[in-house]
Design a protein around this ligand. Structure first.
Ligand SMILES: Nc1nc2c(ncn2[C@@H]2O[C@H](COP(=O)(O)OP(=O)(O)OP(=O)(O)O)[C@@H](O)[C@H]2O)c(=O)[nH]1
Ligand SMILES: [Mg+2]
Length: 870
């Protein structure tokens, strides 16, 4: 906005004609105008009612802060004899008071009635402002009239909390200590996190024990490990024979054996590692039951070292499968920022080397070419994995004093050194005091260490620092969460991670527990309490709901909790009855898709599917709240059926002949329901994708289309046209409407209108085909995958920069995309205006078929035209 307000045109303060445009804009709360005027260098302090006073009287905090930042005088009195601090305290404008205090504003100054800022805040019940003034060092004993202190004022107006706060500060004499605790210090600290992944029995617990072992226990562990391996073959040759017989050649199983004590859930421990210091170690059990909770704990962080273990006794195929599974598992769950800032490395660790034929070199280090081959294969299979350490650590996890552990420790030290500087200003006395108080709190809440966020705020104030503001405590919670001291989820604060990982997740998802749950997975709170008497049912349900393991539903006025993870109901026969007369007529509509995770991601959906079911339930509840009562959702183990009066949709988790998991969504409707079917199917796909994205925001999805012909004749496993086949056909054909694809199973041809639009040509005008969409419409996970592939320098220069030139970006724009701190490809994708089709063509011409293939497989098939925005 450029034209200043005309005083004459404003019906502002009574004497508006005397006011400057800045005063008027401040009075009317016009932020943009104020910003513009400040930038144009106008006078800030015209008075007597300055723009700052006027903004404050109308509680326009943002404007007041803009003016203060611009250098407005904050010690002037207005026509009411008030300074800005008086007005801000009267109205409880915390941010302004905070800024004024930071600027060194005088606090021992009275208004026309002799009241101090502290009195004004106390009188009006603004506890947060009182805290802020006290933290800034205001005099608690100032009084007005007949020796009335602010605590008396507070009492007089019924603000007992403030009176107590002021009393406490005066009585303890601790005010300065509290205030100092809130100030950041220059103390350096890093709390390193080590996350350990791998299938059951690969040696995660053993490695962690060895990592934390001190000098004496080191000796002890070595003899212990020898004992535990007594039954193992001692000669390398017999070990090899044994391995061939027993290794799990072809499977990605997640079961533990009875020969050792498998970890339940997530084991989170604080270790004091010699020469390194405090480290929080997270062991994620290799048992599959627990996987649906892991995404809550996986966030990319520069202070984290991630170890992925595999067992050298397993066949090379299994080693590679397992390592790929875990890397894909982590990458899918970590939000996209992965490509944007530096995170700690992922290191492959090959265990059980002592049970193989590997030998030691002259320095006494194990040499295992097999382990190196596994790493190289993994690098080839997942070319876009970032921060994968270039060498593999080979170890016997039970021997702490060995070279591999020294290597691990030196990696931790490097990580610590790299992160130290970034934590300057983060350590406060408040954090330090809270850490020691937490130890007591955990004892007090031993039975159920979960506290509501608001209650936690109160506890911090009563037990640690009465002056801590909401902002201080919010920052504190964030820090404690990142340090692995507490876990914040929704409105809950879990104060013992050990309990959370082992007792709650470890128990409620254990195999033994699952064996005793209700097959329907549905409980009322009373049922839940009755079934699991030893637990605090309501608290547990709340926590499980926050973890999205269950969802609350109202059924006939009664509250129930549905746990898809507990649902063991088998598929009912007749759920997709071929004899249903509604769907047998010639004009009946059929259609569907298979959603695959992008290449090399096997077995990822088992842990995601329960979350999809939660999302479907959520959508069904939202529908019924919108008075659309005709939807009905029925769910069983790995399947859901969503019905309206006319339509039926089946959503199932299946595995194809190549052992790849997929989610199939198929829909059918009576004749003349093509448009209804189309929009409904798109909606369901969207809901399913949303469920997937909640767990795996980084997962790149492909949408294959089911043969309508085979769906119609109720073929058990209809053919699915791969996504890249459709995209390629669209790119090559002159007219999308004429595209036909051949079903390789039946050899029959089906055209794109039948496959994607239920044969309804009218729908063509309501959609955009995928390849004609702009690159901005690529799913975000796809963009990040491209970034991971195109950002690194390419041996022949075929990287993002050459692509930018091909796409016709001007050199100045390319220069702005070039950056060390951001992804250049992401910037390029944001700057270019080209279509997805053009991007694919350019990538192919650039000789980057790997990336072209990614886009071909994952670009959206179509997009519904949104009339509101077109
Ligand atoms: N010989 C040998 N035995 C090992 C090694 N690592 C682990 N083991 C043994 O393998 C068994 C399983 O090891 P754990 O460390 O408990 O396995 P885990 O990875 O924690 O498995 P889960 O907790 O079930 O996910 C134990 O008996 C260990 O002593 C190793 O490097 N060499
Ligand atoms: Mg374990």
């Amino acid at each position: 906005m450029s034209a200043p307000l005309s005083p004459a045109s404003s019906c502002g303060p009574s004497e508006s004609f005397e006011f400057t445009p800045l005063q008027l804009a401040a009075h009317w709360g016009n932020v943009q105008e104020v910003r513009y005027l400040i930038d144009s260098g106008v006078q800030l302090d015209n008075g007597p009612d300055t723009a700052l006073h006027l903004a404050l009287r109308k509680c326009h905090s943002t404007i007041a802060i803009l003016l203060l930042d611009a250098g407005a005088n904050f010690e002037l009195k207005d026509t009411h004899e008030d300074c800005p601090i008086h007005i801000a305290c009267t109205f409880g404008l915390l941010n302004v008071v905070h800024t004024l205090c930071a600027l060194g504003c005088r606090l021992e100054i009275t208004d026309s009635r002799g009241l101090y800022p502290l009195h004004l805040a106390a009188k009006n019940g603004h506890t947060h402002v009182v805290r802020c003034l006290c933290a800034a060092g205001c005099n608690l004993d100032v009084h007005y009239g007949d020796n009335i202190r602010a605590d008396i004022t507070a009492l007089k107006y019924g603000h007992n909390e403030i009176a107590e706060l002021l009393d406490k500060l005066r009585a303890t004499g601790q005010r300065d200590t509290y205030a100092r605790q809130l100030v950041p210090t220059s103390k350096l600290y890093v709390r390193l996190i080590v996350r350990v992944f791998g299938n059951c029995g690969v040696g995660k617990t053993s490695l962690i024990k060895s990592l934390g072992a001190g000098l004496f226990s080191t000796l002890f562990r070595r003899s212990g490990s020898l004992q535990s391996n007594k039954s193992r073959p001692s000669s390398p040759i017999s070990a090899q024979i044994e391995m061939d017989v027993t290794s799990r050649q072809n499977s990605l199983t997640f079961e533990s054996s009875a020969s050792y004590k498998s970890t339940k859930g997530i084991h989170i421990q604080n270790l004091e590692i010699s020469n390194v210091g405090d480290v929080v170690v997270w062991e994620f059990s290799g048992q599959e039951n627990y996987f649906p909770t892991y995404h809550h704990f996986l966030h990319p962080s520069p202070q984290t070292l991630t170890l992925v273990l595999f067992n050298l006794e397993d066949s090379p195929v299994v080693q590679v499968q397992q390592a790929c599974f875990w890397i894909n598992f982590i990458m899918a769950r970590e939000a996209h920022e992965w490509s944007l800032f530096k995170v700690g490395p992922i290191v492959l660790v090959a265990t059980h080397v002592d049970s193989t034929r590997a030998i030691k070199n002259q320095q006494g280090e194990w040499v295992s070419p097999d382990a190196q081959t596994t790493l190289e294969t993994v690098e080839k299979l997942i070319p876009d994995v970032q921060y994968l350490h270039p060498s593999v650590i080979v170890m016997d996890s039970n021997v702490p004093a060995s070279q591999p552990f020294k290597h691990l420790k030196s990696m931790l030290l490097t990580l610590k050194r790299d992160n130290l500087e970034k934590t300057i200003g983060m350590w406060t006395g408040l954090l330090e005091s809270t850490l020691s108080w937490l130890a007591h709190l955990r004892k007090e809440y031993e039975q159920f260490p979960v506290i509501h966020r608001k209650a936690f705020y109160d506890l911090v104030r009563t037990s640690v620092n009465v002056l801590a503001s909401d902002d201080h405590i919010r920052a504190l919670l964030h820090q404690l969460h990142n340090m692995g001291e507490i876990f914040c989820i929704n409105e809950l604060v879990v104060i013992s991670l050990a309990w959370f990982g082992l007792q709650l997740i470890g128990e409620f998802l254990s195999t033994e527990f699952l064996a005793n749950v209700r097959a329907t997975g549905v409980y009322t709170p009373d049922d839940f309490q009755a079934s699991f008497n030893q637990f605090d049912a309501l608290g547990t349900l709340q926590l499980m709901e926050a973890l999205e393991l269950c969802i609350q539903c109202e059924v006939d006025g009664e509250t129930e909790y549905e746990f898809p993870i507990y649902n063991q109901t088998e598929t009912l026969p007749g759920l997709w009855d071929s004899g249903d007369p509604r769907y047998r007529t010639t004009g009946a509509c059929y259609g569907g898709v298979r959603l695959y995770a992008s290449s090399n991601c096997h077995h990822l959906f088992t842990s995601i599917f329960p979350h999809i079911q939660i999302e479907l339930r959520r959508a069904a509840i939202a529908n019924s709240c919108n008075n659309d009562n005709d939807t009905d959702l029925y769910q069983w183990h790995h399947g859901s059926k969503l019905c309206t009066i006319a339509l039926e949709t089946l959503i199932t988790l299946d595995t194809d002949e190549r052992s790849s998991q997929y989610i199939e969504i198929k829909i059918r409707g009576p004749q003349q329901t093509s448009q209804y079917c189309f929009y409904f199917l798109e909606n369901v796909i969207e809901t399913v994708l949303q469920g997937i994205a909640r767990v795996c925001p980084g997962l790149v999805m492909e949408r294959h289309i089911l043969s309508v012909h085979q769906l119609r004749i109720h073929c058990i496993e209809p053919y699915a046209y791969p996504s890249q086949l459709l995209s390629t056909a669209m790119l090559e054909s002159e007219s999308t409407l004429e595209i036909t694809l051949q079903n390789t199973e039946t050899e029959k041809f089906e055209n794109v209108i039948t496959l994607a639009l239920f044969g309804d040509v009218e729908l063509v005008s309501k959609i955009h085909w995928g390849c004609s969409l702009k690159v901005q419409h690529l799913p975000i996970a796809v963009k990040f995958k491209l970034a991971r592939l195109l950002d690194p320098p390419h041996s022949h220069g075929r990287d993002w920069c050459l692509l930018a030139l091909r796409l016709g970006l001007e050199p100045e724009k390319i220069a702005t995309a070039d950056s060390h701190s951001h992804s250049c490809t992401m910037r390029l994708l944001a700057l270019t205006d080209c279509t997805i089709g053009a991007l694919i063509a350019n990538l192919q011409e650039l000789g980057r078929n790997d990336t072209a293939e990614v886009v071909l497989r994952t670009s959206p098939l179509l997009q519904i035209i949104d009339n509101a925005t077109e």
